[in-house]
Design a protein. Structure first.
Length: 240
């Protein structure tokens, strides 16, 4: 009986010591794990935080580079468009300039002669400047006396299509006119007056060129139109 109690006491003491040892090992392991986890989250060796920070930094850098590349591409495209626009503008401004009135001299020739109460002279515009220039369309034409216009300006005859004509220095373009004899109209309706000049406005110009002539009369009544003018054609008309 006494030996049984002794062995039981020894067993209890052994179990207690084993339990204490096991508990200590588990606690130590738990403490070690907690320290390791705390180091990664709060600073420690910084490996966890550094990896996360590096990943975020890499992502931010990639986003920045992508944005920069997009901005660069957009700027390049805008620059290209501006260059194209400038080139187009330069190409347009380098075209042959329109002939100014001061670049031209005007004369009247016999043209198609006369008949059936009308005359068909040619109005010839010649480049008297030192550089190429161009004319397109219809000149403005009217008869005048003493610097005052007589009646209505010429009406357009659209039997010839307008074209751009480049005139080198000394070259000419001509417009076929028809001037009806004012005396063929009723005197009260026309109120004919002798003209001493033909006033010419080259296409796109506001400065007139005056051609002296005493071959025609105009109708002072502006409702009686006696002149028609065609679009300019190349040459002085002498080959037609």
């Amino acid at each position: 009986m006494g030996r049984t109690i002794q062995f039981s006491a020894q067993a209890v003491i052994r179990d207690i010591i084993r339990g204490i040892a096991t508990t200590g090992i588990v606690a130590a392991l738990a403490l070690a794990g907690g320290c390791s986890s705390g180091g990664a989250g709060s600073g420690g060796d910084g490996s966890g935080t550094t990896a996360s920070s590096n990943a975020a930094s890499s992502s931010s850098s990639a986003s920045s580079e992508s944005s920069s590349a997009s901005s660069s591409a957009s700027a390049s495209s805008s620059s290209s468009s501006a260059t194209d626009a400038t080139s187009a503008s330069t190409a347009s401004s380098n075209g042959t300039p329109v002939c100014a009135s001061s670049d031209l001299t005007a004369t009247l020739t016999m043209g198609g002669g006369g008949g059936a109460g009308s005359s068909y002279p040619y109005l010839v515009l010649t480049n008297s400047g030192s550089a190429d220039c161009s004319v397109t369309g219809y000149p403005g034409v009217s008869l005048a006396a003493g610097g005052t216009q007589i009646g209505a300006a010429a009406e357009r005859d659209d039997s010839v299509d307008p074209q751009t004509i480049v005139l080198k220095p000394g070259e000419s373009a001509h417009s076929a006119l028809r001037i009806t004899n004012a005396d063929a109209f009723d005197a009260d309706t026309c109120n004919a007056q002798p003209a001493d000049s033909l006033v010419v406005y080259p296409p796109d110009q506001t400065q007139a060129i005056t051609v002296a002539t005493s071959d025609y009369k105009g109708c002072a009544n502006a409702d009686t139109k006696i002149i028609t003018v065609r679009a300019l054609e190349p040459g002085d008309g002498s080959q037609q």
